[in-house]
Each structure stands twice: as C-alpha cells, then as structure tokens.
Design a protein around this ligand. Structure first.
Ligand code: WTA
Length: 688
C-alpha cells in the first residue's frame, strides 16, 4: 500500500493530457504495437474534467481513506442506499487468517435492507419511474422491447407474489435456468424481494450440470423457459430441465414446481413436453397476481444468491454472496469504474448466468437507476448497429468478442457512427495489448477510456480497475485497485513482495462484496482460498506489478482454464471424458487460442485395444458437451498411449502444456518420469 501510494503520487504530478497516442489505423496495429505495451495512454482533458474522479490526486485521497478507515469510508457510502434500519456498532468484522480460527467476513451486520427495493422502489419513488430500466433486443432485428422502472417493478412484484403463494419463503433456494430474456433479471429481483436465494444456472449448461446444482441447493421451484433461439438454432431448454429434474429426483432432490416461460418465437406450447401439476406456464399464472408486493426486509448478512463456479478440483463450488455489502459494493464500483452518469445508456454483453450478469447487468446498474440494454443473443456483427440504435454510451464486453470483431475487419465497425460511446469496458481474461489498441482506436476512436476490470465470481465486484479519466492507462493493464482493495503479490512461500515484481495475487483484508462461504462447505472455502497463503485471500491468478505500480494480470496459476472468459475446471472436463466407456484416462490443459483466449486441449488414453478413430473423437467431444455444456467442448484431442507421470503417479501437466503448445524444445527435465519414453510417443502423435 505504501509503495502503491508513492507510485500514484509520482503519477499525480503528471499534467493531464500532456501526451496523447497518435491516431492509428488498424493497418499498423497488431503485433508491432505490442512492444509498446508500457505506453501511457492519457485520457483527454475534456473527459477527465467531467469524471467522478478527475485526477490521480483525487483517487489517492479517496483510496487512502478507504484503506486507513474502511469503516468510515464504507459507512459514508452505504448511507447513500436505503436501509430500513441502520447496521450495528461495528461496520465490519473479519478474520482472513486460518491460523487465528474460522475465516469469517461480515459487513453492515444488523443493517436491515432489501436490494430489490434499492434497485426499483427507490428509483420509482425518486421520480425515475418512467425512465427505461431495461431495453431488450431479440435475436432478429425488429424484435425488441423495453421496461421502465415502474413497469419492471410491477412485473417483479407479480412474480414475487406468485412465488410467495406457492410457498417460497425467506432463505429458500430458487434455481433459475433462463436465457437472456427480461424474465431473467425479473426472476432474480423477485427472489431478492422476498428474501429467497436465487441460483442462476447459465442456460448453456447441460442437464447433468443443472442436476448437480439442483441436488446441491435443493430448490422447491425452478424457473425456466421452454426454448431459446440462438441464431438459426432452437434449443429446447425445457427438455434439458426435464432430464435434470428426473436425475435430481432420483437423488432425493425433488422440485415441486417448474414455472416455464413460453418463448413463442422459439417453440410452441404444443411441442413442449409437459408434466401436469409440476409444470406451470408462467404466462398463465403470473399476470394474475397483484402488481405490488411488500418487501421482505433482510439482514445485510442474509444470503442473496448462490452462483456455482469451477474450481481446480472436484465439483463446482456454490459461491455465496450476502445482501448488504454486495449491494453497496456493486452499486459503487459500477458508478466509479464506468464513470456512470444518469444520462448514460449502458450495455453489458454478459449473460446473467455468470457473475458479470449478476453484478453488472442486474444489480450494479439498477442500483444506480441506469438504463441498461440486455440483448438475447446478438450476432457479433450487430453490435454497432445496436450501439447506434440505442445510443449506447458505455459498452462493456469480453476480450474474446473484441478479438473476433477485430478479425472480421474494421469496415464492420466504421460503417456505423458509434459517436454516442464514451466509455468501453473489458472483463473475463487479460486483454492483449493489440486487442486493447484496436478496441481503443477503432471502436472508441481514441476518445473512450477502457475499463479493464479484474475481478471474480468470488469477489462479487471489481477489484482492480481503471477509473476512467483519473489516470493514464497502459494497454493490457487493469491499472490500480478499487477503493478499499489491498492487493498483494506474494512469492511461493507466501511472503509479500514489494515494488516491481511478479508472483501470486492475493488480497489482504476483506471488502464489502467478498463471498462469505461455499454453500454447505465452509471447510473447502478455507482450504481453497485462505490456506494456500495464510493471512490472505488467494485469487488463483498470477500477476505482476510494474515500476509505476500498475497491475498486470497474467492468468490462472491453478488448473482452471479460461475459455472465452468462461471458467472451466480441467478436473470437470477430465471426469466427463473418463465417464466415456472407451476412455481409460484423460488430462486436460489450456492452450493459447487466437479468439477464445484459451482453448481446451485434451490428452486421451483409450481402453486397451480400442482404436483411435474419427468417430470416437467426435463421441468424446459429445460426451463433454452433454455432461457440461457446449462451451466446454474440447478444441483438440491428442491420442496418448500413456501420460507423463512421476514415479508416485502424478501427471506432469507442465510437460503436457509444452507439448500442447508445441514448445518441444522447452520440455525441461523429463528424467524424473516413471517412463520418459511416453514423451516421445506423444510428440510422434501430435498431429494425428
Ligand atoms: C480472469 C469473471 C485478467 C481471472 C468476472 C479471474 C481476468 C477469472 C479479468 C475470474 C481481467 C477476469 N484481466 N483476467 N480484467 N477479469 N479475469 O469468476 O483469471 O468467471 O480469476 O469472473 O477470470 O472468472 P469469473
């Protein structure tokens, strides 16, 4: 912290607008620019002057207070939200040190509030009821719609009343398996309104993955839709849910009600499979309920939602977030990291099935009374048409989308005006400097700062992020920590390293939206996140810090791979593969992929005597698709007569990663392998 403050102070003396990067056209971008990754890109003076945080000195002043007096800093900010009753004496309490006992984090305990009330009622009451809360844009041009704050509140209340009527109570889990229709944020908010704990499962997950989550959190009610269209394809979501419910019922988790939204543009009622009594059409019941519904006031530490995410081992983990701290933190980070103003139109391309859709499609923006755009499944090529149609001012997306648009060519961008844009954002994986520059120069015409936000499902909100206008950016760096966040870089032994360095990224002290536990498994919470480096929260990411104190995230250091910004556990993919009757063993590694960031590369050892055929390759890929979801489908299957193992039987992934990326000259020491000849066999089969 000391060091960081010193670095920022030296930056604080740089005159804003002193240097600007020249306008470049896409022709000379690309790798030639990557060498200039230490370039400072200054915001324009015009932008800085109107920003919430106009200069480094202002950030420094606020940051300093946030770490020296977290209680004072955060209680001032929390007071801007509505509390039915203020929190108790202690603003927060924490123990992040496993050596001192159970890990425990609490913020605003004793404070009574409701996040749905803060998102909707508060905005309606303050005179913004007729402002558009959500714009919705369908699969095809011409299918669109919008809801004002008043209308959204009415719809949320109707669903909340229905849920109460069928017996959902405070603390009960509700699983939501919906595509990006307005009904998805409506469902989340309705749960929050009555104190139910939502668990959204991304509608690209398979029946097995859905069943696994249902069996873990045992909801009474599942909310879904009969189908969704993705491009020309129709996906029968209800069939997936049916299969999941069958599976979970067999394992003692039976669901009473499956409320199904009829998505007419994808599938008719007649062709939807139906189980009488359990299955109910949303449109038949919900509109009959009153459009007002009393709020269930909850404690700041009452759970708000569960969201399952992949880890390096075992089954997915149910990350649990509570109400008060999450509300204060997501609302505040949204405001500062995007320099949000009431006149903005904000578009985040994430699906509510992931954390980004929770914190920065639903809660963060609505807490600020923002107008949000949530398209169902726009083809990438329609991006800029949509930006112009809605006059989008803040556009938040993932590097994988930036790279695929970049490949398509500038003309797809420049044929649209995009003049409404003023802030761009990136999330999900490190953005490579060449993609950063293209995004900045071509999409934003060198006028829009890019908020490269680093954070995680576990952190609930942005942790390291630029504050647009506050300081110069470096393409590819997430810059500085948000208020109250104290990142540290540690070495293998867990010692903090100062100044310019590389190592493991940890966080010292809690922040309001930190996850509180893994549902039903506090021990795993401690083991995974707090035991590796005692005293700190371990992020699982590698990171370096440069001479100016800028942070550069370098990717996961555990066995998690990041495919198009989606976290996938190698262990999950391996366990899907070995369930295939002809697969004896599998090892999965991530490998660089031009568009997706990382691709999934698998080494498969077949059962003795089974020949490697194209058909088998397809069938293995299909197994992963049906057990996890299409987004986890392997990119490459490498036949492996044997895997490189130590004498104690541990697979040496380091060697597999090198083989996968064809860095054959860098295999390192293979003499400790039980059978060094497997390496040559693998190399020989690399392109089979
Ligand atoms: C990666 C998504 C670099 C990182 C919000 C992290 C990033 C994981 C960035 C969390 C970024 C996310 N720069 N890496 N701006 N944002 N990551 O839980 O490896 O789906 O640990 O949360 O994504 O993924 P998750």
């Amino acid at each position: 912290t000391e060091n960081h403050l010193r670095h920022m102070e030296s930056l604080a003396t740089l005159p804003s607008g002193a240097r600007k990067i020249p306008q470049l056209n896409a022709m000379i971008l690309g790798e030639a620019m990557a060498s200039e990754e230490n370039d400072l890109v200054y915001p324009s003076e015009e932008f800085s002057l109107q920003a919430h945080v106009p200069r480094p000195a202002k950030y420094l002043e606020m940051y300093k207070r946030s770490v020296e007096d977290p209680a004072g800093f955060w209680s001032d900010i929390a007071s801007e939200f509505y509390w039915e009753q203020k929190w108790g004496q202690q603003v927060y309490s924490e123990n992040l040190d496993v050596r001192k006992g159970t890990v425990n984090i609490e913020w605003f305990k004793g404070g009574i509030t409701n996040i749905c009330y803060n998102c909707l009622d508060r905005n309606v009451e303050s005179g913004n009821g007729d402002k558009v809360a959500l714009y919705w844009e369908g699969n095809d041009p011409g299918f669109d719609g919008s809801l004002t704050y008043k209308q959204l509140l009415a719809q949320v209340c109707q669903l909340a009343n229905y849920l109460k009527d069928v017996g959902v109570k405070k603390g009960d889990a509700v699983v939501i398996y919906l595509p990006m229709l307005m009904e998805l944020p409506i469902a989340m908010l309705a749960c929050a309104r009555i104190g139910a704990v939502h668990s959204v499962v991304f509608a690209g997950f398979s029946a097995e993955s859905l069943a696994q989550r249902i069996m873990d959190c045992k909801p009474k009610v599942v909310l879904t839709s009969n189908a969704v269209r993705r491009g020309a394809k129709v996906i029968g979501l209800k069939d997936i849910v049916d299969a999941a419910l069958l599976e979970s019922a067999k394992n003692g988790a039976s669901v009473d009600i499956c409320l199904t939204y009829e998505n007419k543009s994808a599938m008719t009622r007649e062709s939807t499979n139906w189980k009488e009594r359990r299955d109910i059409w949303w449109q038949d019941v919900v509109p009959k309920y009153p459009a007002t519904c009393d709020v269930e006031w909850v404690d700041a530490e009452d759970p708000l939602f569960l969201l399952y995410t992949s880890g390096s081992t075992g089954k997915p983990k149910g990350v649990l977030h509570t109400t008060g701290g999450y509300m204060v933190y997501t609302g505040t980070t949204f405001k500062y990291a995007f320099d949000y103003k009431p006149s903005d139109v904000y578009w985040c391309t994430a699906d509510c099935g992931w954390i980004t859709g929770h914190s920065y499609v639903t809660y963060g923006p609505l807490l600020n009374g923002a107008t949000c755009l949530a398209p169902t499944y726009p083809a990438a090529g329609r991006c800029w048409e949509i930006v112009d149609k809605y006059k989008v001012t803040i556009f938040y997306t993932a590097p994988t989308l930036v790279r695929s648009l970049m490949r398509a060519g500038d003309e797809y961008v420049t044929r649209y005006s995009r003049k409404s844009l003023r802030v761009l954002g990136s999330v999900g994986e490190p953005i490579n400097p060449s993609a950063w520059r293209w995004f900045f120069n071509v999409v934003g015409e060198s006028r829009c700062p890019i908020s490269d936000t680093w954070w995680q499902t576990e952190t609930g909100g942005f942790m390291i992020t630029p504050l647009p206008g506050a300081w110069p950016q470096k393409p590819g760096s997430a810059t500085y920590p948000f208020f109250g966040v104290q990142p540290v870089i540690v070495d293998e032994k867990g010692n903090e390293i100062e100044g310019e360095c590389s190592g493991y990224l940890c966080i010292k002290h809690s922040w309001p939206s930190a996850f509180r536990t893994l549902y039903g498994d506090h021990e795993r919470y401690e083991t995974t996140y707090f035991k590796p480096f005692p005293g700190y929260y371990f992020t699982g990411d590698g990171c370096s810090r440069d001479n100016d104190g800028y942070y550069w995230l370098t990717g996961r250091v555990d066995d998690v791979i990041n495919v198009s910004g989606h976290r996938i556990g190698t262990a999950e993919v391996e366990s899907a593969l070995v369930s295939h009757p002809q697969c004896a063993e599998a090892a999965v590694v991530g490998v660089e992929h031009e568009v997706k960031g990382q691709g999934i590369y698998v080494f498969v050892t077949l059962v003795e005597g089974v020949p490697c055929t194209e058909e088998l390759r397809k069938s293995l890929i299909q197994t992963v698709r049906s057990q996890i979801g299409a987004f986890a489908a392997p990119d490459k299957i490498h036949w492996a007569p044997g895997l490189p193992k130590t004498r104690s039987g541990k697979i040496m992934r380091r060697i597999l990663r090198k083989i996968a990326s064809r860095q054959l000259g860098e295999l390192g020491d293979t003499s400790t392998l039980a059978d060094p000849s497997v390496v040559d066999q693998l190399i020989a089969l690399a392109d089979v």
